[in-house]
Design a protein around this ligand. Structure first.
Ligand SMILES: [Zn+2]
Length: 369
């Protein structure tokens, strides 16, 4: 039998599903039933470790033999500026693994959270803040928000509410991952709530129509709302709706904000984790497919920060796998792999090219595997 691990799976803290952890663990159990060699899975969510504590509880519902070992961790969305090409942002997600959390261990979990959580909230808060400001500026430029209104005051109010909600939910609600991971969506809702309270828009639907991408039927819906709102002529309402629908949506490059790759690595190391570069292929692409150039950048800039491994096995990364393994061997880095299964049907646990043999993982988890 082939024994292997899949160190890259997500729970609903990365994507929205109901009853998320029970379903996630049931899927681990089903995968092990189908592939008895599946010995270990990594459970890493984007920028949060809030699923770890509930995981300990839910795990008790399953017979031990039915589940693979669950290795808790995190995937920090990080980026750095291309060392040579101006204006190019290179995305480098960093995985952090915490073997000390394999068995129920609340003392260590508290300690890790005390180090990681404030930094993650700060970074996500920054991303959210930039996005809110941009979105509101678009509303103002387009004339949806009258010039007589103090936009700084609205920005301030949205940020305060976001901070309140995010702190509350990070502390109490296992689904807070939805906010932590998608601050952009959540802050959009807060903006619309506030514009509604101020009487600037007449319904949440009106607010959404300004920010949703342009579509003929949306223009029609907005025209009907504006007609009722202002007592415009049907032609005027139509003309305004055509101009405003979809006009208040900042583009993706506008709201760029992430933690630096070096800081993400240092943070994981500081919290007592093992820092591993996720899917190097993604970063190699942003190096114009020059794997050698990217790996030499890693050697100079990321290894000194404490990077300990690379995800050599990953779906659709085959063309680089051997080069990455060679690089890991010559730089004494750990070799890992995983499917990046989000339970959304795109990748699935144990996909052939994402399997990492236990021989490699034993170096990472001596005494456990
Ligand atoms: Zn991932």
């Amino acid at each position: 039998m082939e024994y292997f691990g899949d160190l890259h799976t997500h729970t609903a803290h990365s994507r929205e599903v109901n009853n998320f952890l029970r379903l996630r663990l049931a899927s681990f159990s089903a995968a092990k039933g189908k592939m008895p060699g599946l010995t270990i899975v990594g459970m890493v969510d984007h920028d949060t470790m809030n699923a770890v504590e509930p995981m300990y509880r839910v795990r008790k519902e399953f017979p031990k033999a039915d589940l693979p070992i669950i290795l808790p961790g995190i995937e920090i969305s990080a980026s750095f500026r291309h060392p040579v090409k101006a204006g190019i942002i290179v995305e480098t997600d960093i995985l952090g693994y915490f073997p000390q959390l394999i068995e129920e261990n609340f003392a260590d979990l508290r300690q890790i959270n005390a180090i990681m959580q404030p930094e993650m909230l700060r970074v996500i808060g920054g991303k959210q803040k930039k996005n809110v400001n941009l979105k509101l500026e678009y509303f103002m430029i387009q004339g949806v928000i009258p010039r007589s209104i103090d936009i700084k005051l609205i920005q301030q109010k949205v940020h305060e509410r976001y901070q309140q909600d995010v702190l509350l939910m990070a502390a109490n609600d296992p689904k807070s991952g939805d906010i932590l991971n998608w601050p952009v969506h959540y802050s959009g809702k807060l903006i619309i709530d506030l514009l509604l309270e101020l009487g600037i828009i007449t319904s949440a639907k009106e607010g959404k129509l300004y920010t949703m991408r342009k579509r003929a039927d949306y223009v029609q819906q907005l025209a009907e709302i504006l007609l009722a709102k202002h007592g415009l002529s049907p032609e005027q309402a139509q003309e305004q709706a055509a101009r405003l629908q979809g006009s208040c949506q900042p583009s993706l490059s506008d709201d760029y904000y992430k933690i630096s790759t070096a800081d993400a690595i240092r943070l994981i190391v500081k919290a007592g984790g093992i820092a591993v570069l996720a899917h190097p292929m993604v970063s190699i692409k942003q190096f114009g497919n020059d794997a050698a150039a990217f790996l030499s950048f890693c050697k100079q800039e990321l290894l000194p920060c404490g990077l300990q491994g690379m995800e050599a096995f990953y779906p659709k990364q085959e063309e680089y796998t051997y080069q990455i393994i060679d690089f890991c061997h010559s730089n004494r880095l750990l070799i890992t792999g995983g499917s990046d299964d989000h339970q959304d049907g795109r990748n699935s646990i144990g996909d052939n090219n994402s399997r990492c043999s236990l021989e490699y993982l034993k170096a990472m988890l001596p005494g456990i595997l």
